[in-house]
Write a protein that binds this ligand. Structure first.
Ligand code: HEM
Length: 509
């Protein structure tokens, strides 16, 4: 245990605490288990990196996550699997209504995916390897030992490519992240929280701790009297007689998102009359930041917990830009995290807070959603892939098309309340914060609504004149694959490694 916070960082996989930004080489392997007994033996000694802050920081890292079928194949019994959330068990592509809500329709639909599109295509395990430049090959060799090859079949190796701290459209990425409140400094009580905070309860990213509601998210708990192997697992904080298989574990959501970089910049160039400054301005308004990451919104004067005042790239809310004159309401970062506090500005006193919480006295169309932004924060850990193409080259008609995009990864304690909510209600919705006929300008599908209304518009409110509209946006991002995984704590990994052979394994012996 690290003395400074008392948090069990030695039981947490490191990715929950660090983005491994200096380990610029990454390799994401999707594996099937070919021999569960050998897989358990491999897992018992696998060099999984924990979240203790080491000095010097590690030169390599290994993280491991399991799909629901992967946990089952490892031998986790059904009664424990049932303790995970329904969406994890059903899977990202497991039901049509979920696909519709996530925008996984038409060209994005799971039958078109390269991996994860149905149960048979869903890998058992995801391994995430990180290394310093030039050190990945050796690291992979040491991970892929003889036991590894006997235990697993490699299904897919997802491409990644470090192009600086950029995403493929050319914007600085990885700037805004929640700061996890490992020390439990911040109250979750609504009456004590009346403005935007970037500090987020540990229970929002790891299971086994209070979340932003002050509650424990459900997870598999074990009665040690019925399962002697569980003795090494941590106690459940909210039910001390039980052992907690979920504690220090997190759900991992991955989506392989293809980005049409030439298509994006050529569309913007045309819409901007081929004036480079106007093209840049339109692109920045769509993202909500300049290409170098500078925000469009003026900084707020007051403190924002979890954001140092000297971090101008993040020291803002939308309170000073209610109309979207600086950052359009539909801009990607404003949809993905509407910030602006747990309650709208100026709401003080118990009674008026209560009225707001109960939904009375709404004056602005976006008040309902900003009231809940802290329940939908995402810890992003994605990496880009494909060759770098600078916007200045992408606008040229001869710009080379290539496989480029993001291996978009988020970690969290609730897939439905975090990733699925943000993706569905904020990014893909045709109605957001009082704006209609638009979806996320970067990611949106452009299908009309059921009533025939278009959704392919992007509006930029202008304080000096009428709203500026860009129409007929094409779809710039296509889903190529995806899945829901669980990244256990280290003691839970050890528990998995000691499980006995299941009935079906014995049948094969
Ligand atoms: C190819 C797809 C995507 C691209 C190109 C993209 C690009 C960006 C960029 C340039 C930023 C600003 C930099 C930063 O704050 O780190 C950003 C922020 C963000 N994106 Fe995305 N993104 C993509 C997909 C997604 C998806 C699928 C989600 C959620 C389901 C998402 C959620 C977020 C969030 C939460 C932020 C931080 C917003 C804030 O706190 O201000 N992004 N993205």
């Amino acid at each position: 245990m690290e003395k400074s916070t008392g948090f069990e960082f030695d039981d947490l996989q490191g990715l929950l605490r660090f983005g491994y930004g200096k380990l610029t080489e990454s390799c994401f392997m999707l594996l099937d288990i070919s021999d569960a007994a050998v897989a358990r033996r491999w897992l018992a000694t696998a060099p999984v990196t924990n979240a203790v802050a080491a000095s010097p920081p590690p030169a390599t890292a290994l993280q491991i996550a399991f799909s629901a079928t992967g946990l089952q194949t490892m031998g986790l019994r059904q009664s424990l699997l049932d303790g995970f959330s329904d969406e994890f068990i059903t899977g990202m592509a497991g039901d049509e209504s979920r696909s519709r809500r996530l925008g996984d329709i038409l060209g994005n639909a799971p039958p078109h995916w390269q991996w994860g599109g149905n149960q048979e295509q869903m890998p058992d395990i995801m391994l995430l390897l990180y290394a310093r430049p030039g050190e990945m090959e050796a690291w992979r060799k040491s991970v892929e030992s003889e036991g590894f090859r006997a235990a697993f079949r490699v299904r897919v190796i997802l491409p990644t490519n470090y192009i600086g701290a950029l995403e493929p459209f050319g914007f600085a990425d990885g700037i805004s992240q929640p700061v996890i409140d490992w020390e439990r400094r911040q109250s979750t009580d609504l009456h004590e929280r009346d403005r935007y905070s970037n500090l987020l309860s540990a229970g929002e990213v790891v299971l086994g701790y209070p979340n932003e509601y002050g509650l424990y998210t459900s997870r598999p708990l074990i009665d040690p009297r019925e399962d002697g192997l569980a003795a090494g697992l941590p106690d459940a904080e909210d039910a001390p007689a039980l052992k907690d298989f979920g504690r220090n574990g997190s759900y991992l959501v991955i989506r392989q998102l293809h980005q049409d970089v030439p298509g994006f910049w050529q569309f913007l160039d045309k819409a901007a009359g081929s004036v480079p400054e106007k093209r840049e301005e339109l692109a920045a308004k769509m993202v909500g930041r300049q290409r170098d990451g500078a925000p469009l919104t003026p900084p707020v004067g007051e403190d924002i917990p979890g954001i140092p005042p000297d971090a101008p790239s993040n020291h803002f809310t939308y309170d000073l830009d209610v109309q979207g004159h600086h950052c359009p309401i539909s801009a990607h970062i404003r949809r993905a995290n509407p910030r602006s506090g747990d309650l709208p500005p100026g709401v003080t006193g118990f009674l008026s807070r209560l009225l707001k919480i109960l939904g009375f006295g709404r004056k602005r169309a976006d008040e309902d959603l900003v009231a809940s932004s802290r329940f939908h924060r995402l810890l992003r850990r994605g990496r880009s892939y494909g060759p770098l193409l600078a916007p200045e080259d992408a606008v040229k008609p001869e710009a080379p098309a290539a496989e480029r995009g993001l291996q978009f990864i988020v970690l969290g304690a609730s897939i439905s309340r975090q990733f699925e909510f943000v993706q569905n209600a904020w990014l893909m919705s045709g109605k957001f914060g009082g704006v209609q006929q638009e979806r996320d300008p970067l990611l949106g599908t452009r299908e009309p609504l059921a009533n025939g209304e278009p959704t392919d518009t992007f509006r930029r409110p202008d304080p000096t004149g009428p709203v500026r509209k860009t129409c007929q946006l094409p779809q710039f991002v296509t889903v190529l694959g995806g899945g829901y995984f669980f990244m256990p704590g280290l003691r839970a990994l050890r528990y998995l490694a000691t499980l006995p052979a299941t009935g079906s394994e014995k049948d094969h012996e």
